[in-house]
Design a binder for this molecule. Structure first.
Ligand code: PMP
Length: 459
């Protein structure tokens, strides 16, 4: 485990004051703060190596190109992709989702064809498909969820038809923190010959993601949520898919040869990277990924799970507290029990959790046993939670609570969190969301709880 005090020194912004109060930054699901190594590396590149990449024969251009391509290798390692040709730089999760929705619909979908998404999607995994629905008449099907914010896997199975072409779901909900059983989701889709895109905006920052283990066809995330700069993101795509899909935008970098009569395109990933890439940000992202890798993704996950557990426990002490989509706190309280249950299912880490499925299925003699086991496994996987807690307190409007907490120096997010269909499902207009990062502490959670209590007493 890392030294939290030392880590906090890497993020000078954390020691600033807001309204003369020490800042408590709990809006990490929106964006994370940046460690000095990221800021220094980007400044250093602008100061010493700045030149456009890929085209120049001169020294600086070659240096900049090398940093940019090294960054691609760092991302490949971070996701455990097979090859750097599977790593496309984008502007963020949103652009990655739009890129796939648009090119996939162009190449692989016709009027009446279906895409499966879930109730808990961010707007950026709903609206791009709706744009395709308008253009091409494709149809969105939605996986329902329980009141606890767990996807209904039986309903998911039943959504597949002859016309299902792709599944596109979030790995972790940015509102509920539910970790979805993506390995099961992928396996079931592949049984139908259907590819899967995973929105990893809220998973990549929090635990080790292995795209080969998940076996997803596409995976997207944003640099700024993993302690990297804004304006850079990643689309992972299996090589065969990136070869098959057409370019998204046209321009420089992505072509092989252009004439007025006929243009040929570069191979992936450059085929999808029209124009000058943000090569400074890619370097910054690589520094951020090196930083979290050095701390250890498992250490980060353990620290954040501990914070989440503590937050849920403490928040529940507040009268009229309603927390959305979480394990009951008594299930969370006993860490040993939690670990025992995990071992009971034979997996040791989020992301590795379905490995046992194939080995266990050999011991389960009947289909019904297997089906019960699968559904238990799915439910348990879903219950693993991520570093997000969404809540409301009594009749206090979420905006009022957020605004008053801000006055106490506590930054939380309020509103619909770009997930209005999920708000509809929960029957609320919005929530207050506290989201945690590797540098947050239990003392900060105590400050939040005391702050909420103070606000509550004002109403
Ligand atoms: N999906 C999820 C689950 C998210 O949490 C977010 C960011 N809130 C996005 C997509 C969009 O990310 P970005 O705005 O960085 O493109």
């Amino acid at each position: 485990m890392y030294d939290i005090n030392q880590v906090r020194e890497d993020f000078p912004i954390l020691s600033r004051k807001v309204y003369d109060k020490p800042l408590v930054y709990f809006d990490n699901a929106a964006t994370t703060q940046k460690p000095l190594c990221v800021l220094d590396a980007m400044r250093e590149e602008y100061l010493n190596v700045n030149a456009n990449v890929h085209r120049g024969v001169h020294w600086m251009s070659q240096q900049a190109t090398e940093l940019h391509e090294q960054a691609r290798e760092t991302v490949r390692r971070f996701l455990n992709a097979k090859s750097t040709t599977e790593i496309v730089f984008t502007r963020g999760t949103t652009e990655g989702l739009n890129l796939v929705a648009s090119t996939f619909a162009d190449e692989c979908m016709q009027e009446g064809d279906e895409v499966i998404v879930s109730t808990m999607e961010h707007h950026s995994n709903i609206v791009p498909w709706q744009l395709q629905a308008r253009k091409k008449g494709i149809v969105l099907k939605v996986i329902p969820m329980s009141d606890d914010g767990i996807l209904d896997m039986e309903a998911y199975r039943s959504l597949f038809t002859e016309k299902t072409r792709i599944v596109s779901v979030c790995h972790v909900s940015n509102v509920l923190g539910t970790v979805n059983p993506v390995k099961d989701i992928v396996r079931i889709a592949h049984e139908h010959g259907v590819p899967v895109m995973i929105d990893g905006a809220q998973s990549a920052p929090h635990f080790k993601v292995d795209v080969q283990d998940i076996d997803c066809d596409f995976f997207v995330f944003s640099g700024h949520k993993v302690y990297g700069p804004t304006g850079i993101g990643v689309l992972y795509g299996k090589e065969a898919w990136l070869e098959k899909l057409p370019p998204y935008q046209g321009g420089g970098e992505m072509i092989e040869h252009v004439s007025f009569e006929h243009t040929t395109f570069e191979r992936p990933p450059l085929k999808f990277e029209a124009g000058t890439p943000d090569y400074i940000a890619s370097h910054g992202l690589a520094m951020a990924l090196d930083y979290v890798t050095k701390l250890g993704m498992d250490n980060i996950a353990a620290h954040e799970q501990e914070l989440t557990r503590y937050a849920i426990q403490r928040l529940q002490e507040i009268p009229e507290m309603k927390i959305y989509g979480k394990l009951r706190v008594e299930e969370l309280r006993d860490e040993n029990d939690y670990n025992r249950r995990k071992e009971g299912y034979g997996f040791d880490a989020v992301g590795k959790n379905s490995q046992l499925l194939s080995s266990n299925s050999q011991h389960l003699s009947s289909n019904s046993q297997l089906s019960t086991f699968n559904s238990q496994l799915s439910t348990f996987n879903s219950q693993l939670h991520d570093a997000v807690v969404s809540f409301n307190v009594g009749n206090i409007h979420h905006m009022d609570l957020g605004t008053l907490l801000d006055r106490l120096g506590i930054a939380v997010r309020t509103g619909h969190h770009c997930a209005q269909p999920l708000m509809d499902r929960l029957g609320v207009l919005g929530t207050v969301r506290a989201s945690f990062a590797l540098y947050n502490t239990k003392e900060e959670i105590d400050t939040l709880v005391a702050g909420i209590d103070r606000v509550r007493k004002m109403f």
